[in-house]
Design a protein around this ligand. Structure first.
Ligand SMILES: C[S@@+](CC[C@H](N)C(=O)[O-])C[C@H]1O[C@@H](n2cnc3c(N)ncnc32)[C@H](O)[C@@H]1O
Length: 257
């Protein structure tokens, strides 16, 4: 198994990483976060592994909540601090680790761990830290790509060693639920949501080329060429309507006492 920390998106160039908070992603995902976490106006929300903070700001704005974004990368948090403030709610930024959160006990109503646990050396400890950060009746939401859903996604289905690595890297849902339960949470719901995302070949290629130079540099040259050829052929075959179902999972857990 590859070192999860070595594959962390904290290694990515800031602007490239920030593209994940496109208007389309924010519009699709933020209402799901608010609904899964049942975020209400005035709630204190902790966005753990917030990156450059696109979801943090949008949750504050959409729900009029007080959202704190924490990330291990001081570069990402610096970027977040320089972005425009939300019109409603409020945001606070902290550099820190999910495994040792820089927050007081019971100081939040909701905690979000979106695509973070798989990047940690000790994800079970992060579940304990999320539990500690929440007040009683608090709720945590984990967003993830289940390991069994990796292989069918674009671009994974064209690059066998990328697919094998990330299938191995993404924890099965039962494992995530086990960490949360060990920490004291009660699992209340699991949702699987299909993104059915319309893809653009140029965007996919641009991202891949950057990642071939970075965290997927282990992919052999021949596999890259073969994968790119297959991906281009599929995109051309479905020109203008290249859709990836891209299922994602949301685990909802509550702190009942
Ligand atoms: C895949 S990104 C997810 C960003 C955002 N939450 C989202 O859903 O798009 C993972 C984030 O976790 C951060 N991260 C990695 N290890 C961390 C750690 N030990 N503590 C806090 N954040 C960490 C990375 O810097 C990155 O911003």
């Amino acid at each position: 198994m590859r070192d999860p920390v070595a594959c962390s998106s904290a290694q990515l160039p800031t602007e490239h990483f920030n593209a994940r908070f496109s208007d389309e992603n924010v519009a699709f995902l933020v209402p799901i976060f608010i609904d899964c976490a049942d975020i209400e106006a005035g709630h204190r929300v902790l966005d753990i592994g917030c990156g450059t903070g696109g979801f943090t700001r949008a949750i504050a704005d959409m729900a009029s909540a007080a959202v704190t974004g924490v990330d291990i990368s001081d570069r990402f948090i610096e970027f977040a601090r320089n972005a425009p403030e939300p019109q409603r709610g409020a945001v606070t930024w902290k550099v820190g680790s999910a495994e040792s959160l820089p927050v007081a006990d019971a100081s939040f109503d909701r905690a979000l761990l979106s695509l973070v646990l798989h990047q940690l050396a000790n994800p079970r400890l992060a579940a304990f830290e999320a539990f500690r950060s929440l007040a009683v009746a608090g709720r945590a939401v984990v967003r993830t790509v289940a390991s069994e859903d990796v292989a069918a996604r674009v671009p994974y289905r064209f690059f066998p060693s990328m697919s094998a690595t990330d299938t191995d890297r993404m924890p099965p849902l039962t494992k995530i639920e086990g960490w949360l339960q060990d920490a004291g949470f009660v699992i209340t719901e699991r949702r699987r949501i299909f993104r059915n995302r319309k893809l653009n070949l140029a965007d996919q290629e641009r991202t891949l080329l950057l990642e071939f130079d970075g965290r997927y540099s282990f992919i052999p040259g021949q596999e890259r060429e073969d994968g790119l050829r297959l991906m281009r052929a599929e995109a051309e075959e479905n020109a203008g309507n290249w859709i990836d179902p891209r299922p994602e999972s949301f685990v909802i857990a509550s702190k009942q006492n």
